[in-house]
Design a binder for this molecule. Structure first.
Ligand SMILES: [Zn+2]
Length: 226
């Protein structure tokens, strides 16, 4: 299960890994916390219209990647907070789909990079996701309403954090990067002709793989939960 704040976050951060896992026969579910309704400078388009466009783009991208399911939690874009409500909504999806592995955004603002400050929604999604994995999805007494809805507790075995300052896991995406980029380009409202994003998608993965014998890699901080 991959949990992100916005439509297109997963494609930027870990689409090569998602394509790889789908090809290997894993069932991958993508959970999007917000509706993406703020991501435009076009003053002719309304928030609800944009949310609808982005939902369709994300479904098309998910089909390209080979996802089992895309879940939209529908929180307002750019206003996401790590509330108990969000934690419960994520815990519900974890209990519903019972993933072995969860990919989460980092809940910590990384100020050791230049040119990008990080998005508050990503931090909120990361914090809510980790809190949903443990303890909310695992303990039956936490959010008893989930049990009432029929969702039994579930233990996630591994967590991979994206955009981590100090990664310790490299996934070789040399064979899947082209499809990952094609999936990102389904987000037409965000990438336009896609030329700049194409370059960006390759550059960071190339740098990440450089010292690990991989043409292109995606990086994570990996946690095994006991
Ligand atoms: Zn985002």
């Amino acid at each position: 299960m991959v949990i992100v704040a916005h439509p297109d976050d997963a494609e930027y951060g870990c689409a090569g890994t998602m394509v790889k896992w789908c090809r290997e026969g894993m069932e991958v579910v993508l959970v999007i916390c917000t509706d993406g309704s703020k991501g435009t400078s076009d003053r002719e388009v309304t928030g609800p219209q944009l949310a609808d466009i982005r939902r369709r783009e994300q479904i098309a991208s998910g089909e390209a990647i080979g996802l089992k399911k895309v879940v939209f939690l529908g929180y307002e874009d750019s206003m996401l907070q790590p509330t108990l409500e969000l934690r419960r909504d994520i815990a519900r999806e974890i209990r519903r789909y019972k993933p072995d592995v969860v990919i989460s955004p980092s809940p910590v603002r990384n100020l050791f990079v230049t040119g990008y400050l990080g998005h508050p929604d990503h931090l909120a999604a990361g914090e809510a996701t980790l809190s949903a994995v443990f303890p909310a999805a695992r303990d039956y007494l936490t959010f008893p309403d989930l049990l009432d809805e029929g969702f039994e507790p579930h233990k996630v075995r591994e967590v991979l954090i994206t955009e981590h300052r100090d990664p310790d896991m490299w996934v070789d995406v040399s064979d899947t990067i082209e499809l990952a980029i094609a999936a990102l380009k389904e987000h037409v409202s965000q990438v336009g002709d896609g030329v700049e994003d194409d370059r960006w998608m390759r550059n960071w993965r190339k740098q990440a793989g450089e010292h690990h014998g991989m043409k292109y890699a995606e990086t994570f901080r990996h946690y095994h939960l006991h």
